[in-house]
Design a protein around this ligand. Structure first.
Ligand SMILES: O=P(O)(O)OC[C@H]1O[C@H](O[C@H]2O[C@H](CO)[C@@H](O)[C@H](O)[C@H]2O)[C@H](O)[C@@H](O)[C@@H]1O
Ligand SMILES: [Mg+2]
Length: 277
């Protein structure tokens, strides 16, 4: 069985979000009537936004901000973006809108759109460590650096041949600095080096202790391995997690792609125009 047919088999076994959880089927209107009990937590890249060749080339499709603003209003603020991107980057992408955010894989947070307070759990990365990691980008043209201050991402979507060399170079640096409190986070065509001690799940846990998220059932949608830490904890809150485009441990169902996620969310807020495939 080759890779594709294994994936195809998985898809047959796990029905889509709409089939698996009738109470979440917005067509039935059930979930739409219960948005006051729900917290909507959404990953960004590969979930809300289609993947692009480089981090800077993503764009917010027409209608998505309207959907997110309606969700924010209908959940009385219990909507948050849960991303590996930095908070500043997220605000740039969705400008002029601002949402509650768990950013940097849990490094920083904004609990509400009108709150300035941004809890940050990550000090700036050590300068010498950052310099050595950044030098890895010289291994090949096409490797892009993304400096988030507290962490660094080495993107190789434009240089897929460099994947192995990047991870080997990072391992050598880590072996040289065994006490550096960092961890390597594999993502989609990216190797992220971040401080240890926090994840998207720790960020979501913190978010769920604050109003209006506290006491609500989280519905989380995510596409990558780094989202599985949240998949593991949503059942504790009576919530559900949905994956995008891949089978993920602990998922209640899946969406084929970000377009389907956007249409599902639009249906949830009764925006039939945006919900049309
Ligand atoms: O947790 P997410 O919101 O999904 O963010 C994960 C990472 O997304 C970005 O990189 C990814 O998307 C880029 C644009 O589509 C793509 O070019 C890249 O290959 C992907 O890895 C972002 O640059 C990272 O900081 C996020 O951690
Ligand atoms: Mg993602």
């Amino acid at each position: 069985m080759n890779g594709n047919s294994v994936e195809a088999k998985l898809r047959e076994d796990i029905p889509s979000a709409r089939e698996r959880s009738p109470d979440l089927n917005p067509a039935a209107g059930e979930l739409a009537r219960r948005l006051d009990e729900i917290a909507i937590l959404l990953d960004i890249d590969g979930t809300l936004l289609d993947l692009a060749p480089t981090p800077r080339e993503v764009w917010v499709p027409p209608g998505l901000s309207r959907t997110l603003n309606r969700l924010l209003q209908k959940t009385s603020g219990a909507l948050a973006l849960v991303s590996g991107r930095s908070l500043n980057d997220i605000d740039l992408i969705f400008a002029p809108e601002q949402y509650p955010v768990v950013g940097g894989h849990g490094a920083e947070m904004r609990l509400a759109i009108d709150s300035e307070a941004v809890a940050s759990h990550a000090p700036p990365m050590d300068k010498e460590l950052k310099r050595r990691l950044a030098a890895i980008a010289k291994l090949s043209p096409g490797i892009l650096l993304e400096d988030k201050g507290y962490s660094l991402a080495l993107h190789y979507r434009l240089a897929p041949h460099a994947e192995k060399a990047i991870y080997e170079a990072v391992s050598l640096i880590r072996a040289d600095l065994p006490n550096a409190p960092i961890e390597v986070l594999p993502g989609k065509c990216v190797c992220e080096i971040k401080p240890s001690g926090f994840t998207k799940a720790t960020g979501v846990r913190e978010l769920m202790t604050h109003e209006p998220f506290k006491g609500r059932r989280p519905i989380f949608i995510g596409d990558d391995v780094t989202d599985e830490s949240v998949f593991a904890i949503v059942p504790e809150y009576g919530g559900l997690a949905f994956s995008v485009g891949r089978h993920a441990k602990g998922m209640a169902g899946y969406f084929d792609d970000p377009r389907e996620v956007r249409e599902w969310l639009a249906r949830l807020v009764g925006d039939e125009a945006a919900a049309k495939p």
